[in-house]
Design a protein around this ligand. Structure first.
Ligand SMILES: Cc1cc2nc3c(=O)[nH]c(=O)nc-3n(C[C@H](O)[C@H](O)[C@H](O)COP(=O)(O)OP(=O)(O)OC[C@H]3O[C@@H](n4cnc5c(N)ncnc54)[C@H](O)[C@@H]3O)c2cc1C
Length: 409
């Protein structure tokens, strides 16, 4: 492989979108992918279905073309959409090539140490994923050695876990979905809950994501967040499984999932939980009211009537603050992600959480370095299927302009 002008790292929806826009602009580039195109979607658990409705599968030059826009396709159909997308413009993807280190090279170029050897490029676009490194809030080292302890990305299905009860740590979208998956398989499930927003899946027969797309919700810019940490707040609890349905604390409680406060610590086989379940539920209810207010304020300005969102019903629970994990089969951490760039990108280009410092995807610290597919890169929708394309178009345009400047300098 000869050195191109531009290297895109990662062939998920973000890398493919950038590649599409570079192909359209006639920019010489390659895409390096450590495993297979669309790998992150391929690796999701067996019962996973898209959580945002099908119409959101809409990347540059390839809008959703199915006949069920408000449905939720299963995992393998998401992969097929990405494969069809790639087939539509033949991106220069090299699969099985991992970029192990990125640093500065000679003549102002970037040097990439890859599993296929050294490469150089004038411009590098990192599209290596929105959710990179699983985050565990509590050191799992204290857990009994015979317990299987995994992160959500290693979960496939209930049958793959050893027999016994399961503790799921974290109640964002993923935690709630894994708790449901396990419960439906007849497992006793304990869910350590944190703060997460929720809404009903559908309102007046229309999906919540479709409603919110008619407001400025997904356009919320990074600068509107109250703190850098606000970027880490969970997404709305919901699922696309079985045609899509509500999946918040009240639903899980009715299913028989044992809801607990957040995991505070583990000593040998005893796990301690904070007495904060009711506060976490109140936090979610407050976000529900925020969404109701947002729709009431914004939809009428577009001639639309906001859907009814009645007050959430009372929530009652008296969970234990200690659980003996003796006899449990597994603990599954689903407690969020952190960026992982600093492990292999040798530039001071990141904030305290490891998020890249950028304006419109262009690094403010390293000229020629770009990012796409980062959670809240520009707006709330930046890491989502229907939002990443807008950012990719902007980044590809800036890359092309920079190349023109370099060539005329
Ligand atoms: C559980 C879950 C459910 C989600 N559901 C939805 C949903 O319903 N709708 C929606 O719009 N969004 C959803 N998202 C968010 C987002 O769409 C996905 O995370 C999506 O995979 C992000 O695409 P991406 O291209 O940015 O990153 P990824 O799909 O993660 O792609 C990054 C690629 O880079 C490769 N890579 C990484 N590092 C290197 C390296 N050093 N060298 C070479 N290659 C590398 C990886 O192998 C991977 O293929 C979900 C996220 C999660 C975690």
């Amino acid at each position: 492989m000869s050195d191109p002008q531009v290297i895109v790292v990662g062939a998920g929806q973000a890398g493919l979108s950038v590649s599409h826009e570079l192909v359209v602009a006639g920019v010489d580039h390659v895409v390096l992918e450590r495993r297979q195109l669309g790998q992150t979607w391929r690796s999701r658990w067996d019962s996973f279905c898209l959580v945002t409705p099908n119409w959101t599968m809409s990347l540059p030059g390839f809008p959703y073309d199915g006949d069920d826009p408000e449905g939720f396709v299963p995992r393998d159909d998401i992969v097929r959409y990405l494969e069809r997308y790639a087939a539509s413009f033949s991106p220069p993807v090299h699969e099985g090539v991992e970029v192990q280190t990125l640093r500065s090279g000679a003549d102002g170029r970037f040097l990439l140490m890859t599993s296929a050897g050294e490469m150089q490029a004038r411009i590098v676009v990192l599209a290596t994923g929105a959710y990179q490194r699983p985050h565990r809030p509590v050191d799992a080292a204290g857990l009994p050695g015979k317990l299987l302890v995994i992160d959500a990305e290693d979960y496939t299905n209930p049958g793959a876990l050893p027999p016994g009860d399961v503790l799921v740590v974290g109640s964002g979208q993923t935690g709630c979905q894994l708790a449901e998956d396990l419960r439906l398989a007849g497992r006793e499930v304990f869910l350590a809950c944190g703060r997460a927003p929720w809404t009903p899946r559908r309102l007046d027969g229309r999906d919540i994501v479709t409603w919110l797309a008619d407001t400025n919700w997904f356009e919320t810019p990074l600068r509107a967040l109250t703190s850098p940490g606000a970027r880490l707040v969970a997404n709305l609890q919901a699922t696309g499984r079985g045609g899509g349905h509500d999946l918040h604390y009240r639903v899980l409680q009715t299913m028989g999932v044992n809801l607990l406060g957040h995991l505070a610590g583990v000593e040998r086989s005893r796990a301690r939980f904070a007495p904060d379940l009711l506060e976490s539920v109140s936090f979610g209810d407050a976000r529900y009211r925020d969404v109701a207010r947002l729709m009431q304020a914004e939809l009428p300005t577009k001639g639309m009537r906001a859907p009814e969102m009645p007050e959430p019903p009372p929530f009652r629970a008296d969970p234990p603050t200690e659980v003996d994990l003796e006899g449990f089969g597994a603990v599954v951490f689903t407690s969020g992600f952190r960026p992982d760039y600093r492990r292999w990108v040798q530039f001071p280009a990141f904030d305290e959480f490891g998020f890249p410092l950028t304006v419109d995807g262009a690094s403010t610290a390293v000229p020629g370095l770009y990012f796409v597919g980062v959670h809240f890169l520009r707006t709330r929708k930046s890491s989502l299927m229907f939002g990443v394309g807008e950012d990719a178009t902007i980044v590809a345009r800036t890359v092309r302009e920079q190349l023109v400047r370099l060539q005329t300098a």
